[in-house]
Design a protein. Structure first.
Lengths: 341, 344
């Protein structure tokens, strides 16, 4: 099998003119040399031309900037997050003041903490959890889907069964039930500081979201892989001896870029809503980590007296979610213009 | 390299009693059951260096499956495939790696066989990278290959969607050539192309065979293309070879009734020129299911010469007293039928 016994080397390396079968004639040699656009780049160009998408992206970036510069904004206001101002609430817990130059959005009922500070810091966990959960569930979903779909057979049967199991679990019930259990397993509640508890909650929430999030994408990717692996270019790669891992990464994955990006952008708003919802229900983030869901929960009791306290976090969640959803839709349209309504 | 002068030469590729069976579920009855599709059921072939072996037969006869199991896209159920005397039908994927350089494949569908998300350069570079060839000079090598298959080397950065079917097929050929194979299995390489493009691609393959001495197993259903391109021809029916011999023997003196029917079914261009049409052999019935093939001779259910012995005894693929020595027929009643192939 040594290479030395190969057929004469000369004809192989001789570029020569084509074997008399006519070179395809293209007039402009310069245009030929220029690399042509990859499907990804074409989609991105289409996306950039979509005004709606760009407006939504702007809104998302606005919130991201708020989250990043939460420290700075609070300093600008001259307040500190989670500082109690008991002098600004009356004996019944109602705030004595509305928006002032000291407290731009007023203070919270009950403990008098600054609402503006809570609100800008509240954007952080929302976005961080949404991005990390989306990244993690996309990563696991793609990995599991690729392996399951490509290997097939028993591996696929077992993985598909697990996917079906996870998807059939009642999400809300399990999330609500799982959080206290995992928190206590993680050593929370009794013998930890409130900060420690809030930290544990943060990671538990992340875990729960990813646990329920990967399966849908895994099933989607598995289906795509099942159809892709019937294509002859996969056979061609096998005949060339391309190792399985490289085949998955270099041959299949590039063909899955569109569904992956689409699912990722659509998962972001879903996770923001999920975080706010679970925090509202009391199984998400807890004090002292600020969160819009908690604020909404706290505000419902004081709605009549202090509507701004309710509307700010509602506005934050709604606008961010809406912008992300529309952006996700535009991404889908950019990758698959034929599916446009 | 002449196909007639093979005495004493050892074949580069030897296929012995190759079987490719697929289990399928059937849903009859309460629990269903498993059945076996015998897509390829005991095939012997020899391929000599530099020669071209045509594999013909109607759809579903197992010719593509045979090609795919020789090249180990599927692991054969039984039998042996020897490449220069080394067994490659049963070894693991890792041990198979060196053989992946020696045997290559050209595919039927020029649209499905190229990854739409890779540039032409990446597609042709992949085999070089996988086998560690032309290290550091991959791009030059790819451009040489593009030139060799008659494409502009500047097409390097283009995506497959920017090419026509014929050009895509050339890209597929360049990819197969990248590892400098000694055997190429071409699975209907021109069936999906326009007739004018077919001729160009066939000429390209001819030039490669001539210049590089590559041996081809050429799978096709177009008898005319096979006659033009191949040295020897094997006719398959329902997972078995029924007739096997030099091109001119099989085309001009077909002995197996199935081959005769196949050749007779080819369109006769002389009719257009005003010559009265020859009588066609019309086969009746469908190809039997490969799940439960007929006993004895598999062709007997559609054969006009079938007798009792055909159901009882399976005819052996062997040469006859009055046939050429390397012309083998699997039939109990092989008889010559002249003048079937005027226009093929």
């Amino acid at each position: 099998m040594s290479a030395s016994g190969d057929v004469a080397q000369d004809p192989w390396s001789a570029p020569g003119p084509g074997p008399g079968t006519g070179v395809a004639t293209v007039p402009d040699a310069e245009a030929l040399r220029r690399p042509s656009d990859s499907p990804l780049r074409t989609a991105m160009r289409r996306l950039r031309r979509n005004k709606m998408a760009m407006v939504c992206l702007g809104i998302v970036i606005f919130f991201v900037l708020i989250a990043i510069f939460a420290d700075l904004l609070t300093k600008l206001e001259g307040e500190v997050l989670n500082d109690y101002h008991l002098d600004l609430v009356d004996d019944y817990g109602f705030p004595r003041i509305g928006p002032t130059s000291d407290h731009w959005f007023g203070v919270q009922p009950h403990d008098g903490r600054d609402v503006f500070a809570r609100w800008v810091y509240g954007a952080r966990p929302s976005l961080i959890i949404a991005f990390i959960a989306s990244l993690a569930s996309t990563f696991f979903g793609v990995l599991v889907g690729l392996v399951s779909g490509y290997l097939g057979g028993r591996v696929d049967a077992v993985i598909s069964w697990i996917i079906d199991l996870v998807l059939s679990l009642p999400y809300l019930l399990f999330a609500v039930a799982m959080v206290p259990i995992i928190v206590s397993i993680a050593g929370g509640v009794d013998n930890v500081t409130p900060e420690g508890n809030a930290q544990i909650r943060f990671f538990v929430l992340l875990f729960v979201l990813v646990f329920f999030g990967w399966a849908g994408l895994a099933r989607l990717i598995r289906g795509e892989v099942l159809s892709l692996k019937q294509r002859e270019f996969v056979d061609a790669a096998k005949v060339l001896g391309v190792p399985t891992w490289r085949l998955l990464r270099r041959e299949l994955l590039p063909n899955l870029v569109a569904p992956i990006i689409i699912q990722f952008t659509l998962a972001l708003p879903a996770y923001i809503v999920a975080e706010a919802g679970l925090s509202y229900l009391g199984v998400g983030l807890i004090d002292p980590i600020p969160s819009w869901g908690q604020m909404i929960d706290a505000a419902t009791n004081y709605y009549a007296a202090d509507p701004l306290f309710l509307w700010l976090p509602v506005l934050g969640v709604s606008v961010l979610t809406l912008a992300l959803s529309w952006f996700g839709d535009s991404v889908r349209d950019a990758f698959d213009p034929k599916a446009r309504r | 390299m002449e196909s007639t002068n093979r005495a004493g030469q050892t074949p580069i590729l030897t296929v012995r009693d190759l079987k490719m069976h697929f289990p399928v579920k059937n849903n009859e009855g309460l629990l269903g059951g498993r059945q076996i599709v015998k897509a390829v059921d005991g095939v012997d072939l020899d391929l000599y260096a530099g020669e071209t072996l045509g594999l013909v037969g109607e759809s579903g006869c197992g010719k593509s499956t045979l090609g795919r199991s020789i090249i180990r896209l599927t692991r054969p159920t039984a039998g042996s495939v020897l490449f220069q005397g080394t067994e490659m039908a049963t070894i693991g994927e890792r041990q198979l790696r060196p053989f992946r350089r020696k045997l290559q494949m050209i595919f039927q569908d020029p649209y499905g066989s190229l990854n739409p998300r890779q540039t032409v350069g990446t597609i042709i570079k992949t085999p070089l990278e996988v086998h560690g060839l032309a290290k550091g000079k991959e791009k030059e090598r790819v451009q040489d290959l593009l030139a060799r298959v008659g494409l502009n080397p500047e097409h390097y950065n283009r995506y497959p969607s920017e090419f026509s079917g014929g050009q895509r097929q050339r890209i597929g050929i360049a990819r197969a050539l990248a590892v400098e194979p000694q055997v190429i299995i071409a699975d209907e390489p021109v069936s999906a192309l326009d007739v004018s493009i077919q001729a160009q691609v066939i000429n390209l393959l001819n030039a490669l065979r001539r210049d590089l001495g590559i041996a081809f197993i050429f799978i096709a259903h177009d008898l005319g293309v096979v006659r033009h391109f191949c040295d020897r021809v094997a006719v398959m029916y329902l997972g078995k070879i029924v007739e096997y011999g030099p091109k001119h023997e099989v085309y001009e003196r077909p002995r197996h009734p199935y081959t005769q029917a196949l050749l007779s079914a080819a369109p006769d261009l002389n009719v257009v020129r005003g010559v009265p049409p020859k009588e066609h052999i019309r086969l009746v019935g469908d190809v039997p299911s490969p799940i439960d093939p007929p006993s004895g001779c598999r062709f007997r259910t559609r054969c006009w010469k079938a007798q009792a012995i055909c159901a009882e005894q399976e005819p052996v693929l062997e040469s006859r007293d009055d046939s050429a020595q390397d012309h083998r027929i699997a039939c109990h009643f092989p008889a010559q039928l002249e003048g079937l192939t005027a226009a093929v």
